[in-house]
Ligand binder design. Structure first.
Ligand SMILES: Cc1cc2nc3c(=O)[nH]c(=O)nc-3n(C[C@H](O)[C@H](O)[C@H](O)COP(=O)(O)OP(=O)(O)OC[C@H]3O[C@@H](n4cnc5c(N)ncnc54)[C@H](O)[C@@H]3O)c2cc1C
Ligand code: FES
Ligand code: FES
Length: 489
């Protein structure tokens, strides 16, 4: 099968790589083919951030900058884009970039293994915030560095560096020149597309659905934050890959009177931005989904399609009564999100079908919504239990209720029995206690490395109690209400 030449911009120059297998990771290409060993491999599964690189793409005449984990990105995903590694930041005369200089000044490195990844996350922040005239607050630095782990320096000096780099003399990328180079290679990339290629990345929905119908055996990928691990950890090989993320229609969030439609290829970062714009209380929940590089690559469609029982967006989307739009050539169908799943990581998708849109109703008056994630670490961790509750109260009664749960069954689930118990009832402490017990009785979770069955069951009911307290105005029951500084004061 033909392997398309990958073209991207690095250090202002065009790099063209032929015969790259469709399942070769970007990290493998960097370290093994290009000798760019400054980019490190720590975990090989998107967790530690040592392999972080920054990718820029042209989007509607502007540059969009994203820090990504190169260990789980496929090399073909940088086709038509610009790539920065830690080796590409210093000026020709050796002068360090502010992201590097600040790390030196603030003593942000000891053994140095994590440092290239931190520097690249800092560079991503520099481009997205400092170069756009926005200051980097401590909170922002914490949020955006949550995908980088350091085991010896400690985070305080690195957070200092994040704030310090904006005070150093500015270093700008020539946006206009880069956009022009990207437009040129994009033209040559599109012109060269053939249907027998081993890495298919159609740029329109029509072409994508046609490719899906013609290549039902191809491995569908989006941001590769799940699928990339099947290569690096399970040593699976993909002979042909169908990348959904270039289809322009699926990269959009559309606003309608009563709902928003999120394209399946919208990144988790952008999808959460859209959800938080509607419901600001989801901000902490959104920031606790993996770390920024994973959210920058992973898509909402990928989270839903992957169907992990401990996936985070599905309980929320179920509670919000979200609908999926599945599409194939010449047809589409709508279904409630919970009806998509037929068993552990199984779903109703036909071989020629794709997830195209996720339709999320807008909030109505009287809505009270909370989404809770219980995990061993606060940041960058997978849920043991996830519970989302949406309640509409009218005159003290439950006028409408949606509850989605994760980590308690083989699929993400709607808690039908507990919803039925609450529908139409007066919302009182007794009702909350009964609902907590009903929820515990409704599922028989399993024990695994994340939590025991008993813990999951107990915490599920406790979260209903927490929801009750929050509906009564209690605020000091969430971690996000506390900050280390306040406690120390
Ligand atoms: C370090 C790390 C931390 C993580 N933390 C979290 C977390 O906190 N919470 C959480 O829920 N998940 C987490 N994940 C899992 C992962 O990031 C999400 O599931 C992500 O949304 C997957 O999206 P993707 O675009 O990367 O999908 P991919 O990995 O590209 O694909 C996943 C699956 O979905 C299929 N697929 C993708 N798009 C479509 C489509 N449009 N139509 C049909 N099938 C499709 C693919 O064929 C594949 O089977 C984490 C992953 C990593 C590596
Ligand atoms: S090597 Fe750890 S995130 Fe890539
Ligand atoms: S400096 Fe050693 S792991 Fe961060």
């Amino acid at each position: 099968m033909h392997s398309k030449t990958i073209r991207f911009i690095r250090r202002g120059e065009l790099v063209a790589l032929g015969n790259v297998p469709p399942d070769r990771t970007l990290l493998e290409v960097l370290r093994e083919d290009l000798g760019a060993t400054g980019t490190k491999e720590g975990c090989g599964e998107g967790d530690c951030g040592a392999c972080t690189v920054v990718v820029a793409e042209e989007d509607g005449g502007r540059l969009r900058w994203r820090a990504l984990n190169s260990c789980v990105q496929l090399a073909h995903a940088v086709d038509g884009r610009a790539l920065w590694t830690v080796e590409d930041l210093a000026a020709g005369d050796g002068a360090l970039h502010p992201a590097q200089e600040a790390m030196v000044e603030c003593h942000g490195s000891q053994c140095g293994f994590c440092t290239p990844g931190f520097v690249m996350s800092l560079f991503g922040m520099y481009q997205n915030h400092v170069c756009r005239g926005r200051a980097i607050t401590r909170e922002l630095a914490q949020e955006e560095l949550s995908g980088n782990l350091c085991r010896c320096t400690g985070y305080r000096p690195i957070l200092d560096a994040a704030q310090r780099m904006g005070e150093l003399p500015r270093v700008d990328v020539d946006d206009a020149a880069l956009i022009s180079s990207l437009q040129q290679i994009r033209h040559s990339v599109s012109a060269g597309m053939k249907t027998e290629e081993s890495y298919l990345a159609p740029e329109s929905l029509g072409e994508l659905l046609a490719a899906r119908a013609a290549h039902t055996q191809a491995q569908v990928v989006a941001g590769c934050t799940d699928a990339g691990l099947w290569i690096t950890k399970q040593h699976q090989r993909f002979g042909q890959v169908l990348d959904v993320t270039r289809a322009r229609e699926l990269r959009r969030v559309e606003d309608y009177e009563n709902h928003i439609a999120i394209g399946a290829a919208v990144t988790l970062s952008d999808a959460f931005d859209a959800l938080v714009a509607q419901r600001p209380q989801l901000k902490t929940f959104a920031n606790r989904f993996a770390g920024l590089p994973v959210r920058n690559a992973g898509t909402l469609g990928g989270n839903v399609a992957n169907g992990s029982p401990i996936g985070d967006t599905m309980p929320l989307l179920i509670a919000l009564n979200a609908q999926l739009v599945l599409m194939k050539q010449g047809g589409h169908r709508h279904l409630p999100l919970e009806a998509f799943y037929t068993g552990y990581r199984r779903n109703v998708l036909a071989p020629d079908e794709l997830v195209a849109w996720i339709l999320v109703p807008k909030p109505r008056s009287g809505e009270f919504l909370r989404a809770y994630k219980i995990s061993k670490r606060f940041d960058d961790d997978i849920s043991a239990v996830c519970l989302a509750v949406r309640m509409e109260l009218r005159e003290g009664r439950v006028a409408d209720i949606g509850i989605g749960a994760g980590g308690v069954a083989a699929t993400p689930v709607r808690t039908m029995r507990t919803e039925a118990l609450l529908a139409g009832r007066e919302w009182t402490a007794d009702a909350a206690r009964e609902a907590a017990q009903a929820l515990r009785d409704e599922f028989q979770p399993i024990s695994d490395m994340r939590a025991s069955a008993a813990y999951r069951s107990t915490v599920l009911g406790n979260l209903v109690q927490r929801f009750w307290l929050e509906t009564q105005g209690a605020t000091s029951i969430n971690l996000e209400q506390f900050s280390l500084r306040e406690i120390a004061a």
